[in-house]
Design a protein around this ligand. Structure first.
Ligand code: TYD
Length: 204
């Protein structure tokens, strides 16, 4: 077990839920409370992880290959970024973490959950977030936001049913871990969501 002097927060949600907008605000807000705020993302967060991200977002692959590469990137991310930062007392914010694998690879792609648990046990061990903010929107809203977006990556191009499954898997995770995962209704105006985030952060 690692010494946890810092705090670990993750952001989750289906593509188009508005994570990026809230990440920018949250970072500024947390910088007022913590001397060091480390912002990172998955897949990615390290030089190798970013190369794996590039492959994951562009190349068609078997769903097990996809899961293995996600966890390969995560192993590097934990070792090089997350664990050292938590140990030195930083506030770490990761744009996605292991819940995304349950949502996308198990929920979306139908990967066997026992395989996921084995990968999780092997890779994550006991480094779980103190708080996970799950930005939840309907598929219609998410797709509308994505349509206004730049070029879509391999995940963003998936059909509506895929995102329905991903969203449901996220909500099931939240029901299993109600203390850690906070579901944020992300269809409301940004300023209202920020008020809720402020209260949530104050409570940890
Ligand atoms: P995303 O945060 O959506 O990046 P951006 O906002 O720049 O588009 O992450 C990229 C994609 O990776 C996203 O569609 C979900 C997917 N993903 C998984 O399928 N499994 C995982 O474990 C992680 C971390 C991400």
């Amino acid at each position: 077990m690692i010494a946890r002097n810092g705090i670990f927060i993750t952001l989750e949600g289906i593509d188009g839920a508005g994570k990026s907008t809230h990440l920018a605000w949250l970072t500024q807000h947390l910088q007022q409370r913590y001397a060091e705020v480390v912002v990172s993302r998955e897949p990615g967060g390290t030089p190798l992880g970013e190369k794996l991200r590039h492959l994951l977002l562009a190349c068609p692959m078997h769903r097990e290959t996809e899961a293995l590469l996600m966890f390969a990137a995560r192993r590097e991310h934990l070792d090089q970024v997350i664990m050292p930062a938590i140990q030195r007392g930083a506030c770490v914010i990761s744009d996605r973490f292991v819940d995304a694998s349950y949502a996308y690879q198990c929920g979306g792609r139908g990967l066997d959950e026992d395989k996921m648990k084995a990968l999780e046990h092997w890779t994550v061990q006991d480094v779980y977030p103190d708080l996970t903010l799950l930005f939840d929107v309907s598929i219609a809203v998410a797709q509308h936001r994505l349509a206004a977006n730049r070029e879509l990556d391999r995940f963003e191009q998936e059909e509506r049913e895929f995102f329905e499954r991903v969203r449901n898997a996220y909500l099931e995770r939240a029901a299993c871990f109600p203390r850690r995962i906070r579901v944020i209704d992300a269809e409301r105006p940004v300023s209202i969501i920020q008020e809720e985030l402020e209260k949530t952060i104050a409570s940890i």
